[in-house]
Design a protein. Structure first.
Length: 264
């Protein structure tokens, strides 16, 4: 066996993260807390062994990226926001990180393989600053996208709550509104007797939406505002993320007065 031991040094502010990481099952990494040194024993001629050892180091790097650098970027760049808002952005950034993790792992793997073949020592902080310098820009992009997503969701939630308040403050015009979400994304509206509702306001809104290529959800909002139903039943033939989001919004607006029903 041609073994190579790589020593990975880390900073004091990584202590908690490294302690967390070392509680997981690691076959190839030994930690010397006193020296803040991780030693990785790699058989350079055994590809399977080499890959497993490097993947353990990648797991550590991913934890540091998430718990230090991703979080630090958000807290440093959005100082005017409350901690609760920063936590929401951080949560959104982690979701984006999850989606991009295969690309992230592949990038780190390539950099670590270079180190394993040419170096005996690796400093975690230096690795991020120099070998992963361009990639750290990618981390900032993820955070900025998460911030934009947070703002969009915040504005939407404010709009939904305003819509909810308006509908609750109006006189209820019908007992039950049945919303049929079609497979093509269109909406059909029915009363409690199963008769289709085609009021003038919804027809005009639908005409404008088709002409201006607007979001069909505007039609749904128009009908809700014009009819102010007491209860809502939803038939979902679309069954995708869009229809799921519509259903969740309806549940917020009408609280316990929304039922999902099968197509009759």
């Amino acid at each position: 066996m041609t073994n190579k031991v790589i020593h990975i040094s880390y900073l004091e502010d990584h202590d908690e993260i490294v302690d967390l990481f070392m509680k997981s099952n690691n076959k190839y990494i030994i930690c010397n807390k006193h020296l803040r040194d991780l030693s990785v024993d790699i058989d350079m001629e055994n590809e399977e062994h080499k890959e497993e050892a490097i993947n353990e180091v990648i797991d550590l790097i991913l934890i540091i990226l998430r718990n230090k650098y991703l979080k630090k970027y958000i807290w440093d760049n959005y100082k005017k926001l409350k901690d609760k808002e920063k936590e929401e952005i951080y949560k959104e950034a982690n979701c984006l990180f999850d989606k991009k993790e295969p690309f992230i792992i592949n990038t780190i793997y390539n950099k670590l393989t270079e180190v394993a073949e040419s170096e005996k020592d690796l400093n975690i902080d230096g690795f991020f600053r120099f070998r992963m310098r361009d990639f750290m820009v990618y981390i900032s992009i993820i955070s900025d996208i998460a911030f934009e997503e947070y703002l969009i969701r915040k504005d939407k939630n404010q709009f939904i709550n305003t819509l909810k308040f308006f509908i609750e403050s109006q006189e209820q015009k019908i007992d039950l509104l049945i919303i049929h979400i079609m497979k093509n994304g269109d909406f059909r509206f029915y009363d409690k007797y199963g008769d289709e509702i085609n009021n003038k306001e919804s027809e005009e809104m639908m005409s404008m939406i088709m002409k201006e290529d607007l979001n069909l959800e505007d039609c749904l909002i128009s009908v809700l505002l014009s009819l102010c139903p007491k209860k809502v039943e939803i038939i979902d033939d679309l069954k995708n993320e869009t229809s799921k989001e519509i259903i969740e919004n309806m549940k917020i607006i009408f609280e316990g007065n929304v039922n999902i029903v099968p197509k009759k």
